[in-house]
Design a protein around this ligand. Sequence first.
Ligand SMILES: [Zn+2]
Length: 269
Amino acid sequence: MSLIDYFAMNIVPRMYRGKGALHPAETGVLTDEVSCIREYDVNIFIIRKGETLIAIDAGYKNYAGFLQECRKINLDPSKVQALFLTHADPDHAGGLDIEQKNYFENATVYLGNIEENYLTNVYHRKKIGPFGLKNSVTIKDGYHMLNDGDVTTIGDIKIQTILLPGHTLGHLAYLIDDELLFTGDSIALNKDGGWCFFDIFNYDSKLNIQSLLTLKDRLDFDSLRYVFTSHNGFTADVKNAFSHIDVIPEWKQRGFIFDETAPYDCFSK
Ligand SMILES: [Zn+2]
């Protein structure tokens, strides 16, 4: 097991336990067009429109209950036509790793141009003292690269790419049909609204805040219907999703609980 996987699967759960920081949506149907799969603390999102089926992110490497979760939402993952990665971290891109069966076998994979540097280990994910933490995910060649502002059309679905650096340098958000915004690991959501994502995993939290403020200015809140996060569910209160984006939650403080309704430990089943 690589250092970053060990960190993700052993250290993170212990650190986050009881803090209410992670509260993904349960596997199920969320809106007319969006369903999700929960793997521990993260969501994979599936968008259906007419005959078109796409996914946002691929979840963890070798998640044992993946097909069982797919059945709950009547999903045959081989029918997914395109898969858009928000970033290359193991909880988002792990499901495409070459060392496991790729259930999204027929999907064209899209990935940020800058984010590719983590897959090829040109960039280190995070510095811990003198050590650079390397990414652990390798995905098959043939993926398509995206740049800020790119608009991709898959069947009946229009996907706009928004570069949102901070959590990672090439982190992307996706705006779908001007209505659905997938923010990946940039926003942490609770009953009071949306906050800058938890500091510990951000490459640069200040950069994340700056990116979110710019995005807030660019968005048309009249057409936007839902904002989705990868670790804290989603909201139809789209303006509130940006209410505290310039604040980093102090989730490590004693007695602090970010979301009282979150599971005590997302990693224990
Ligand atoms: Zn994540």
